[in-house]
Design a protein around this ligand. Structure first.
Ligand code: PEP
Ligand code: MG
Length: 311
């Protein structure tokens, strides 16, 4: 007898009504790309570039970076690759950034703040990315982490474009970025929501502190309301808004995010099948109804319970 196989849907992310939802992978080095694509990712939704910088006494050169980016883009021919510029801070100190000791590193000079203070590091990274993009056929998008408002968005997007980046966006990880979503999306080509940090900052709970882990739940309706602001601004501007935090890997939450206006979900490759399967069971109309229900909840547990009752 042949073992009975459970059919796992392959192919692009789609809802029951045929609406397409891009399913992308989060990776931390170019070596992970091929496996992610084999596991059914339609592209890379978050390439974390920190590995290039950590442990280095000096910043990697443009040529060194370009070689790494070229390898990744070549492995993703014809596919989307969203690259995040360096996300450093005093929680992840780098000798050449001279980051000092901070009492509250999560609230300190990190992400775009650190890059802006050391613009040559950002310029080199963007230059290397643009050069590798020009040499290959991937659809390269570049975004900055920890962007707080339209001013920082404008700074990053203008610099990126001036150095040859074709598609420049920002990560929404700070509540102010969501509250200013209309202005931010008036400038950025796209937004990707980092729900890990967005949850940490919305609930004011250190994501690395076990004692407050109970607060770190992206199902919290306060987080979902901020996601809705970004989703609505995306719909109004016609610019894509995706999610690349852990929330995208939770199949039922993924449906809720889609109902809030999210058009792509990026996650650990191992989560792709379960999310793809769940999305296929809901129409966009139903996803929106589930989102309304979750938004009206009082706690994360309440939001979960309401959604599971109706799905
Ligand atoms: C996030 O904050 O959700 C995110 C994707 O970035 P990181 O987890 O690397 O901070
Ligand atoms: Mg983050």
């Amino acid at each position: 007898l042949l073992a009975r196989r459970v059919a796992v849907p392959v192919g692009p992310g789609t809802l029951a009504d045929g609406t397409g939802i891009e399913l992308l992978a989060n990776i931390g080095s170019p070596d992970e790309a091929e496996a992610a694509l084999r596991q059914g990712a339609e592209g890379i939704g978050l390439f974390r570039t920190e590995f290039l910088f950590f442990g280095a006494r000096t910043a990697p050169t443009v040529a060194e970076q370009q070689a790494v980016y070229r390898r990744l883009f070549a492995a993703c021919e014809g596919k989307r690759v969203v690259v995040r510029t360096l996300d450093a801070g005093s929680d992840k100190p780098l000798a050449f950034l001279g980051t000092g000791v901070e009492e509250n590193p999560a609230l300190g000079v990190r992400g775009i703040r650190a890059l802006r203070a050391h613009e040559s590091v950002l310029r080199d990274q963007l230059t290397a990315l643009a050069a590798a993009d020009a040499e290959t056929d991937a659809d390269v998008w570049v975004m900055a982490p920890m962007v707080a408002d339209a001013d920082e968005t404008g700074y990053f997007v203008a610099l990126a474009r001036s150095l040859g980046i074709r598609v420049a966006g920002v990560m929404a990880e700070v509540p102010s970025c969501a509250l200013m979503a209309g202005q931010v999306l008036g400038i950025a080509d796209f937004v990707s929501i980092g729900t890990n940090d967005l949850t940490q900052y919305t609930l004011a709970a250190d994501r690395r502190l076990a004692a407050v882990a109970g607060y770190s739940d992206p199902w919290h309706p306060a987080v979902l309301r901020l996601v809705k602001m970004l989703g609505d601004a995306g719909t109004q501007s016609g610019r894509p808004v995706g999610v690349c935090g852990e929330a995208a890997a939770d199949p039922m939450l993924a449906v809720v995010l889609v109902g809030l206006g999210i058009s792509s979900l990026s996650m650990a490759p191992s989560a792709l099948d379960a999310v793809r399967t769940q999305l296929r069971q809901h129409t966009l109309e139903h996803a929106r109804a589930l989102a309304v229900s979750a938004l009206g909840a009082s706690t994360a547990a309440d939001a979960r319970a309401r959604v599971s009752e109706q799905s």
